[in-house]
Write a protein that binds this ligand. Sequence first.
Ligand code: HEM
Length: 233
Amino acid sequence: MSSGIHLSDRTVRFVLKPLVFVASLGPLSWLVWAALTANLSPNPLSDITNETGVWTLRFLCITLAITPLRKLTGWNVAIRFRRMLGLFAFFYGTLHFLTYVIADRFAALDFTGGMFTLATVRNLAASVAEDVYKRPFITVGFSAWLSMLPLALTSTAGMIRRLGGRRWNRLHRLIYLTATLGVVHYWWLVKADVSRPITYAIVVAILLGSRPYWARWRASAPVVKTARTAPAP
Ligand code: HEM
């Protein structure tokens, strides 16, 4: 299948990529603006935790949708946005984690010996570890974030070269685990209306369930590999 949309390398690099980059910063900009103009709820840190959590899941879904989009439309240029979108999933996941650390853990510490001391760092680490151990939805969320770490660390062209396409490809299948754990984490923490986690579960199930189909499609089609377009998890 071939797409009717033909874009030059310069258009992709100097127009589309910056546009996608700026658009991906939209949720963060909205949060900052809402916080500065008092447009968040009486519990702003909870709003920030929830918004960054949902955007992590959305970016994971968008990243997973790139391969099906390519196959369905023949628009191979889409693959050039995948790394950036995956890194934005990690970016929002890290903001989400840090908001939790500050709002949920740091705020509950006892600062009798002073706020910025080595003891505070030790107590904070112990408090996060205890919560990860005790609350199952936090265990799953933390595992989801941890599973994104190797993907972010190996996202550079140099790491792709060093690992080799096949190994990089295999490692980056971890994103399937991240998305699944993200949905489980969401489903687990929602107490009443589970319609939103169910919607994400269906989207992730479709995106992951279609993988074997695209893999078979790929096996029967010639693939051109470059450092930029290679490994398609
Ligand atoms: C890939 C990683 C993760 C994803 C996709 C994710 C996703 C989400 C989502 C969708 C929500 C609910 C938002 C809403 O209700 O509107 C949420 C809430 C939350 N997440 Fe995560 N999360 C991740 C990692 C983590 C980690 C690492 C932690 C902490 C260790 C964490 C702690 C929380 C907390 C405390 C809440 C708020 C729960 C509440 O409403 O009381 N998450 N997350």
